[in-house]
Design a protein around this ligand. Structure first.
Ligand code: MN
Length: 272
């Protein structure tokens, strides 16, 4: 199995190195990651270019491509001109911080995985909730167990098996894996749950710069008293690893049906 490893915290991030150490037990790993931190880049891409790419050695640990671009750029380049072979799996992470609920929309970690799935490669986004200590090695072991399970028993069964020659039409599966802040007794287990849509409570603190201008610093938090059960946010809060299958079709199916049933366009709306 060939695995493309990327992230949004940059190629020097400890979470990426820890994930790589575990993934090499599953297959051949190529690293293509942003040269600099790109958290909250979401699904941005660098257009119009150019995108500088350097082949780098990260300490004595590994070699890879450092991309002067966004997480989704990394996956685009890796599936395109950069690598001589197509990966069987994209792994993005391990992100420094959880990517649950509405943060899924802001996350560069999830977007990089989504980019893989969009182009037919199964993909996993991996994030570790912030805690007192960030034990990326232990988180990577947990992630590896889940990834092993996902690739040996793929979600969707046969439907997830690529039909050769039809790769361009196939979508890969995309799962978002979040590991709770590690402490004794945690994780308590694994839950397969939906994404919470609970927004964060945004708090901006206001400061004065030495030149007199104001600047703002965003510190968002979730209202723990309002957690919906059976969601990624709730599972993480209870100390469970949260696994959420995602898709990137944003269509509101219920509204689509209602609008078609009501013959929305044929009634009063003139588009002529
Ligand atoms: Mn990040």
């Amino acid at each position: 199995m060939r695995i493309l490893l990327t992230n949004d915290d940059g190629i020097l991030a400890p979470g990426l190195a820890a994930m790589r150490r575990q993934l090499v037990t599953l297959g051949e790993v190529d690293v293509v990651a942003p040269a600099t931190p790109q958290s909250a880049a979401a699904h941005a891409i660098t257009v119009p270019g150019p995108i500088a790419v350097r082949h780098v050695r990260v300490g004595e640990a590994f070699e890879g491509y450092a991309v002067d671009g966004r997480p989704a750029d990394c996956v685009k380049l890796a599936l395109g001109p950069l690598l001589p072979h197509r990966p069987d799996l994209v792994v993005s992470g391990i992100n420094d911080g959880a990517n649950v609920a509405i943060n899924v929309l802001y996350s560069g970690t999830v977007a990089a995985a989504a980019e893989g799935a969009l182009f037919g490669v199964d993909a996993v986004a991996v994030s570790l909730e912030r805690g007192e200590s960030m034990d990326f090695d232990r988180a990577a072991q947990i992630a590896r167990h889940v990834i092993e399970r996902l690739v040996t028993a793929p979600p969707g069964g046969d439907a997830a098996t690529p039909a050769r020659g039809k790769l361009s039409r196939r979508r890969g599966w995309l799962v978002n894996l979040n590991i709770p802040a590690l402490r004794p007794g945690v994780p308590r287990g694994l839950r397969v749950v939906r994404q919470s849509t609970q927004p964060m409570q945004d708090t901006y603190s206001r400061h004065e710069a030495p030149d007199g201008r104001s600047y703002f610093w965003l510190e968002g938090a979730f209202d723990e008293s309002a957690y919906e059960s059976a969601t990624d946010l709730h599972a993480l809060c209870e100390g469970y690893v949260a696994l959420t299958p995602l898709h990137f079709d944003l269509t509101n199916e219920r509204l689509l049906e209602q609008m078609n049933a009501a013959q929305f366009l044929k009634s009063d709306v003139s588009i002529a």
